[in-house]
Design a protein around this ligand. Sequence first.
Ligand code: ATP
Length: 264
Amino acid sequence: MSSRRTWVLNGRNMSETPLPEALLLELRDVRAGYEGLEVLHGIDLTVHKATVTAVLGANGAGKSTLLSVISGTVNPTSGSVALDGKTLDGAGPAKRVRHGICLIPEGRGVFPNLTVRENLWVMTHAGVGRTAVEERAFGQFPRLAERRNQLAGTLSGGEQQMLALARALATSPRLLLLDELSMGLAPLVVEDLYRHVPRLASSGVTVVLVEQFARMALAVADVAVVMAGGRIVTRGKPEQVEETLQETYLAGRAGAVSANGGTA
Ligand code: ATP
């Protein structure tokens, strides 16, 4: 985990930051499900600070449920979730937000009938003033500045995702959980959005993203995890996992992938 790593996106070198060693998130043998039906069957996952972890897998693999367990909207039936070495067991979603865990759910999570600025102002409940929230958002996403007085519902899909990211950043998250950032967006728009992900990690935010758009996720990830049938079936550097994906998951045989060493 300590080697220098670079990634190339659209022909550009995105970072040369050495991977930090400190753990932020740790899941141990987590089992969880819905109404008595187990969906996650013993997940072990460690996530280091200021890194990007991509969780990949087919529909129904359990990726969103994993994010729900981390964000506290689904309670594990057994196992543990810890942030910075402290257990989160029993902490609900609101408490986890206060601990710096921020989930951007599938489908964006912006208020369509509020303007861009009003969407940002809602986030001042986190204790940051309107000016500071706007400065940070518009500094990161200049296109939002151009649209500041526009209703969020009239923004393009990509701009709505930018706004969702900007709203999340207003809370100064330590752990940002992104569920299907690419949902319903054209590949070029997805590429544009994904440029922001390594920048977030460089600024100290730890990112766990769930994606079916494997190519883009692998391009920005430090670590990639493949899920199938509610289990982590492989974990490694993106180039290692990419090989596995090509051989198995993309060929529609995700369930047949076996663990390839390395603890999750
Ligand atoms: P997708 O990309 O389709 O969301 P996923 O990998 O994120 O796939 P999950 O959404 O975690 O997978 O779903 C895993 C399993 O849990 C699926 O069989 C799904 O039908 C089931 N499931 C998800 N949410 C619920 C829910 N709220 N109630 C009952 N079952 C659910």
